[in-house]
Design a protein around this ligand. Structure first.
Ligand SMILES: [Zn+2]
Length: 186
């Protein structure tokens, strides 16, 4: 599937909405990403993972994804690659940990995945959790990469790179057209 096909699927399931939105940053945008819709339909998630896999350079012993969405992506990737999945959960101090007895063994080659990467924060904390266990993070893959600039501390491949244009209110072309502004629930 091409990026255009994936974007069409994302719109079809409601993950990408078009309109005139007030983002939590105070900026206005013509598109909004509701990432959980990507995980709502197994066949759509499966298409995104299928598009991601050819961009990965394995082999991997294990795939690890962070709570919540990244866990579902890790499960689907593990299913398609035929390897085990582990799930990083949020700890009280805001870091991510591998709990519940399952986890990464020392020296394992690990693929870290997530659903939508906006700042890379969850991915970064997952990498730390894997290294804490002695695992080697070989690669990072996400379904949708929204970062305007790629993170400096790790490289990442994505099924779909989708950077949203955002405008200051006084420069917003949608305000200029008098389109009603939708406030997002955070
Ligand atoms: Zn506007």
């Amino acid at each position: 599937m091409t990026s255009a096909d994936l974007l069409m699927l994302a719109k079809k399931c409601g993950a990408v909405k078009e309109g005139h939105f007030l983002l939590t940053s105070g900026l206005h945008s013509g598109v909004y990403v509701e990432k959980f819709h990507l995980l709502e339909y197994p066949e759509i998630l499966s298409e995104f993972v299928e598009a991601l896999l050819p961009k990965l350079e394995g082999p991997f012993d294990r795939v690890v994804g962070p709570a919540l969405g990244g866990m579902i992506v890790a499960y689907e990737v593990a299913s398609q690659l035929g390897i085990p999945a582990s799930y990083a959960e949020k700890a009280r101090d805001g870091s991510f940990v591998l709990r519940r007895g399952h986890g990464v063994s020392k020296g394992e080659r690990v693929l870290v995945v997530d659903d939508v990467m906006t700042t890379g924060g969850s991915v970064r904390k997952t990498i730390e959790a894997v290294r804490e266990r002695g695992g080697e993070v070989v690669q990072v893959g996400v379904l949708v990469d929204r970062t305007a600039e790629s993170p400096a501390d790790f490289s990442c491949v994505s099924a779909l790179r989708y950077v949203l244009p955002a405008y200051k209110p006084e420069e917003c072309p949608l305000c200029a057209k008098d389109l009603p502004l939708l406030r997002l629930g955070g």
